[in-house]
Each structure stands twice: as C-alpha cells, then as structure tokens.
Design a protein around this ligand. Structure first.
Ligand SMILES: C[S@@+](CC[C@H](N)C(=O)[O-])C[C@H]1O[C@@H](n2cnc3c(N)ncnc32)[C@H](O)[C@@H]1O
Length: 309
C-alpha cells in the first residue's frame, strides 16, 4: 500500500469489519463441499494476522483441502515458518522483486528488508517447505536489469523463481503497458545465459509456464498474465478480509458474504449463494484488456492489497 495514500492517519478496516477465523472457515468449508480443494492465504499480508497459524490449522483439518498455500512478502516469516508447517500448511510463495538490496528497498516502499526476507526463505526451507516459490514482478526500467542476478542466486537451491508480468490490477500502481516486460522477451534473455527446456503443466489451469535449466540447476516459471491471458482456464475465487467474494483479479465489484453470514446463514444458505455466484460468473478481463476496456475500468478496479494477487 503506497505510503502517500495509506499514511499513519489512514482509517484501516476495524476488527469488526473483518471476517473472523470462524467466518472464514465457514466459507472455506462450504467451498470445499462445492469442489474446492486448493486454498491460498494471501493479502494484504497474511502474516500480519497474529493468529494465522490457528487459521492454517483449521483449514488444514478439512479433509477436502489437498493443497494449502500462502503468498507472503516474507518479512515476518522466519519466526513463524515452522509453526505454519506444523499447523499443516503445504506450500509457501515468497515475493521478492530483486536480490539487489537497493532495488528491493525501493520496490517495497523503502520499508522492506532483503536480509529479513532471505532469513524467511531460509527458515521456510528448514521447516520443510519444498519447493519454495519466489514471485518476481518484473517492471521495465525498475528491476528487469537485475533479474539474472536473482535467478543466479536461486539456481541450484531447489526453489522455483516465477517471473511475473506487471499487471494493471487496481487503479493505484500507475500501470502502463510500456512497463510490462513480456515473458517472451525475458525468456530470450534467460535462455541467452542458461539454456532452458520447457516442461509440461503440473495440473490443468496452472498459471506459470514451466522450464528447467538444461544444466539441471532447477526450474523457473513465467507468468504471462498480460501478453498471454489465461482467463479460460481460471477457476479462482477470491475472498477479501471484509468478506467480499470476487471472481476475477480485475473485478470492479464482488458479492458481500459477511452480511448473510452475520445474519445467520446456514451452510446450505451459503452454498446456494456461492453456487449462484459461480454459475453466473463471466469475467475475462485479461482477454478483453484493450485501451477502451481498461479506460472503463480505471476508476473502479479492486486494489491488489484487497484482492491478493
Ligand atoms: C498482492 S501480494 C499479497 C501477498 C503478500 N503481501 C506478498 O507480498 O506476497 C500477492 C502477489 O501479487 C504480486 N503482485 C503485486 N502487484 C502485482 C502486479 N501489479 N502485477 C503482478 N503481480 C503483482 C506480488 O508480487 C505477490 O507475489
């Protein structure tokens, strides 16, 4: 969240506006009854929730959940990595836009500390989270020139770096198409240094195109959400901290679940609501993304810190 807008006096959501763990667990339970088996805790920053390990344990205890993951900026990860693992979390993705401390600091609003995040990676490794994924959002002129250094750092560690095209999520990141480094271009840059071999998908709808280093030093992925949108295979729904369910990362509106839950909705009631939302969904913003469509969306897209990436 940019400090200029979200300064010390900014009115953040009050505790009562946010879903409780019990309420989140109800939504997850009903979603699993409808076929959901994969849950990702993202944010905002999930590790700001001091009782996050309890939420993890609650979700992990649901037999239908066969994949429980988290995306975090890694700043608070080191002290809690083992507890998250013990609570039943399967996988962790850590966002790290550069291995250069200066670029890292600049891209994290002057507040991120690379050493602390690397300590988080090491703790996650010790806790047995393998493979760890490292998310890198590449912006032209900002961190693109340092991508090879980051890849070099993680080659041979077993961690999977994913190079993500900078997306026009929300209205506040000042996105311009010329800041996007297409995956095709990055692939050529990486290949010129280390030959790569394409490998198939782990599961249908996987967002990253996967490659192995030909010299056996591991795997990297490319997420081409701008130049090669994957709306057609997207099966994700996103629940915000205040209980709004969104069916697209670029949504302009979602459906409030908090009110029906607090009005006493039973699991059956909630199941009807979720089914209705899912059957009616028609979003495919990334495929439609054109200047006119982007323009119409400009004032109203949900911000990334609410919808989670
Ligand atoms: C919004 S963050 C939330 C979780 C956590 N706070 C973190 O930093 O990982 C989730 C992911 O979205 C990525 N992301 C943020 N802005 C993006 C953008 N404009 N385009 C593509 N990915 C973006 C982040 O790098 C991160 O990996």
């Amino acid at each position: 969240m940019p400090e200029t807008e979200f300064h010390a006096d900014y009115e953040f959501l009050k505790r009562a506006q946010r879903l409780t763990h019990t309420e989140i667990l109800q939504v997850v339970r009903v979603a699993t009854e409808l076929g959901v088996s994969k849950i990702r805790l993202t944010g905002g920053e999930p590790l700001l929730d001091k009782k996050i390990a309890e939420l993890v344990a609650g979700i992990a205890a649901m037999p239908a959940v066969d994949d429980l993951a988290m995306t975090t900026n890694g700043m608070l990860l080191a002290p809690i990595a083992q507890r998250l693992r013990d609570a039943g979390m399967h996988r962790v993705t850590i966002s790290m836009d550069s291995i250069d401390p200066k670029i890292f600091k600049a891209m994290s609003g002057g507040r991120g500390d690379l050493e602390q995040v690397l300590a988080g990676v090491a703790a996650a490794e010790r806790a047995g989270f393998t493979p760890i994924k490292i998310n890198v959002v590449v912006q032209r002129g900002v961190n693109d020139h340092a991508v090879l250094d980051l890849l070099q750092h993680f080659r041979g560690t077993g961690h999977i770096v994913r190079l993500i095209e900078f997306m026009d999520v929300g209205n506040r990141n000042g996105w311009r198409m010329d800041q996007v480094v297409p995956s095709r271009e990055l692939l050529d840059i990486v290949q010129a240094r280390w030959p790569l071999t394409a490998v198939g998908q782990n599961y249908p709808g996987e967002v990253a195109r996967r490659y192995q280093y030909a010299d056996g030093e591991g795997e990297i992925g490319f997420i081409s959400s701008v130049t090669k949108p994957f709306c057609g295979s997207c099966s994700r729904a996103r629940l915000s901290a205040d209980g709004v369910l969104y069916t697209c990362l670029f949504a302009t509106q979602g459906t409030d679940l908090r009110q029906p839950i607090r009005n006493g909705a039973s699991d059956d009631d909630l199941r009807d609501i979720l089914s209705r939302i899912w059957l009616q969904r028609a979003d495919r913003y990334s495929e439609l993304r054109r200047p006119a469509v982007a323009e119409a969306h400009t004032q109203s897209k949900v911000e990334m810190y609410r919808i989670g990436g």
